[in-house]
Structure formats: C-alpha cells, structure tokens
Design a binder for this molecule. Structure first.
Ligand SMILES: [Zn+2]
Length: 145
C-alpha cells in the first residue's frame, strides 16, 4: 500500500464518520519530524507503535500520519486487513476529535483512551477487533521497550 492509497482510505473514513465533526486536515510527515512533534506534545508513546496522532490547532484539528511507521506495522497484514487497520487508527483519532476531552495529566489521558475504545467497540466492531489485536501486540512488549 502506498501513500496515495492510504490517503484515499483515510479521506473515505473521515467522510463516512458517523459523528458530526469539523473535518480535520490530514498530513503525512517523515519519521524524524513526526517523532519531534510527538515529543512536543509530550505524548509518551512508543514511536514505532504510533502510526498517527491528532493535534488541536486554532484553526482546527490536524491528524499527523507517518508512512514509514504505518508500513512497518502493516507489512505482514493482508490487503483487506491493511485497509481496516488504516480505517481503525483514523476512527480512533476522529473519536478523540469528537469527544473534545481536555488532557492535562496522565490520568485524563488514560480516561480519554478508554472512552475512545468504548465508542469504537460500540459503533465499529470490525475495526475494534483489529485495534485489539494491535493493542495485544503492544502489551506483550517489555515495559521499557
Ligand atoms: Zn488515542
């Protein structure tokens, strides 16, 4: 899957999102910048396990994607599963946008993730399944990985 395939799937997911939100801008950036932005946002995540994230700007939301990281995460998936994965990670960010939960500390961050998980589980079961598989992969990694 190349970047233009990804953009098609992402845009499709945004346009078909079942909740009403102001349309976010999507941007693909290379890994070094992606990593710096993640640090700036103080998102303490595993870089190579973070395919995208949303940032709130004055003019609206931007969802940043890193193609390199996505490729590594999906390269052993079937074509169909790659597509669902991309839809799922996009839906995840769209629910963050819809929820508009301010995050000031780690506790609120965790709560915000749990809410998104519940929402996706309820409304998008197919995508939820693939996100759970992905989460299990992450959970199996050593703590300080
Ligand atoms: Zn999240």
């Amino acid at each position: 899957m190349n970047q233009s395939d990804m953009i098609l799937i992402i845009n499709d997911t945004i346009l078909n999102f079942k909740k009403e939100i102001k349309q976010p801008v999507i941007m693909f950036i290379e890994q070094q910048r992606f990593s710096k932005l993640l640090d700036l946002m103080e998102l303490k995540k595993h870089l190579h396990l973070t395919p995208c994230f949303v940032a709130e700007m004055k003019g609206g939301n931007i969802i940043y994607y890193c193609e390199e990281i996505i490729q590594k995460l999906i390269n052993d998936f079937s074509k169909e599963k790659q597509k669902i994965f991309l839809e799922a990670i996009t839906l995840h960010e769209l629910f963050h946008i819809w929820n508009k939960i301010p995050i000031n500390d780690a506790e609120e961050a965790i709560a915000s993730e749990l809410i998104v998980h519940e929402e996706i589980k309820k409304i998008y079961p197919k995508e939820n399944k693939i996100l759970n598989e992905f989460q299990q992969k992450i959970n199996k990694l050593p703590k300080n990985h």
